[in-house]
Design a binder for this molecule. Structure first.
Ligand SMILES: Nc1ncnc2c1ncn2[C@@H]1O[C@H](COP(=O)(O)OP(=O)(O)OP(=O)(O)O)[C@@H](O)[C@H]1O
Length: 343
């Protein structure tokens, strides 16, 4: 089921939350809505679901106008950050619920319900806890059951709002991979909201970057990371050093103020100066796992520069070049991104 969003506008009082949003989601795709808090991700998701009405604009499901159809007619499955399972029902009954409440005419038989629920519990790898109650499950297990429950009614679209937001980092990581595999098996068109760029990059086919109610860029994870359309996208997708003034680069660059962005892993640390390098003094070293983050202070203007190196590389530089706090080195950006300045 494809989803199209056309010229969507929504405001709450004076706050513009959707500012002329346009988006095409092909059938079977897994799309992440990524952006900072308040950028309008949840509102867009709720408008797609039918839980919220836009002020103007349209939502189309499979080419058909769905803007004013009810949630039920849209046949969407939801999972929220804190998905309330029914505590007095077993896991099996929780997953079966959506099928049991169907009108008699479309309700599957008891045998079909049993087969369907067992299949879904196997799919989320929790068939062995069918007889337990929600309070006997971990947070991660509960979210997997929430997904199984959403999938039971065979939704045309799956909408997930920060589904792993309340879980700890390790469980989140496991569930991301699991969601990706599940999606590859099911191919249900899925839209999921996150403010975590790593989660979006790891899970999604395409990322929709939102900022202040607008879409800044839509693209595959590599595409948005390697070719960010705006400074916002570049800064949101990872740490970056911002340099004002000219960096050394070929002739023909425009005169006047220029802003360049260089990611910490795109800076070389050299013992000797080369054209375009800056002398800098090492001020701090921080190692987290396999990566070492080194903070330098430029000698020319006193600004700070973050450099990230593989830990082994840092240890080698420390051993052979005396790279430790107080040492002077030369830094050269390997790659810089610049944006055309608004006139
Ligand atoms: N029902 C509402 N009434 C009034 N303002 C609202 C309502 N829902 C959302 N807003 C406002 O709209 C803006 C966008 O909210 P939304 O929840 O869509 O953003 P978000 O990107 O999902 O943020 P978060 O990641 O914090 O959930 C916010 O400023 C929010 O306060």
């Amino acid at each position: 089921m494809s989803i199209e969003v056309r010229h969507l506008h929504k405001r709450f009082g004076a706050t513009v939350v959707c500012d002329d949003l346009n988006l095409d989601i092909p059938s079977g795709e897994l799309v992440a809505l990524l952006g900072p808090s308040g950028s309008g991700k949840t509102t867009l998701l709720r408008i797609i679901a039918g839980l919220e009405q836009p002020d103007s604009g349209a939502v189309l499901f499979h080419g058909e106008e769905a803007t004013h159809t009810s949630v039920r007619e849209r046949n969407v499955g939801f999972v929220f950050q804190h998905y309330a399972l029914f505590n007095h029902m077993t896991i099996f009954e929780n997953v079966a619920f959506g099928l049991r409440v169907r009108p008699r005419a479309t309700r599957p038989s008891e045998r079909e319900i049993r087969a369907k629920v067992s299949e879904l519990l196997r799919l989320v790898q929790l068939d062995w806890i069918a007889d337990r109650y929600p309070h006997q499950l971990s947070g991660g297990q509960r979210q997997r059951i929430a997904l199984a429950r959403a999938l039971a009614v065979e939704p045309r679209v799956l909408l997930l709002d920060e589904p792993f937001g309340a879980l700890d980092a390790k469980v989140r990581k496991d569930l991301r991979r699991w969601l990706r595999r599940l999606h590859d098996e099911m191919h249900v068109t899925t839209v999921f909201v996150t403010h975590d760029q790593e989660e979006a990059m790891e899970v999604a086919d395409r990322i929709v970057l939102m900022n202040h109610g607008r879409i800044e860029q839509v693209g595959a994870p590599d595409e948005v990371y390697d070719h960010p359309a705006t400074p916002f996208v570049l800064q949101f997708l990872g740490d970056v050093n911002v340099f004002h003034g000219r960096l050394s680069h070929g002739p023909g660059s425009p005169a006047g103020e220029e802003v360049s962005y260089v990611r910490p892993h795109e800076i070389e640390v050299l013992a000797q100066p080369v054209p375009g390098s800056w002398a800098a003094v090492l001020s701090q070293v921080l190692t987290v796992g396999p990566r070492t983050r080194v903070e330098f202070r430029r000698q020319d203007d006193g600004s700070y520069v973050d450099v990230e190196l593989p830990r082994e590389e840092y240890l080698r530089l420390r051993e052979h070049q005396g790279l430790r706090p107080g040492a002077t080195v030369h830094l050269r950006p390997r790659r810089a991104t610049r944006f055309a300045q608004a006139a």
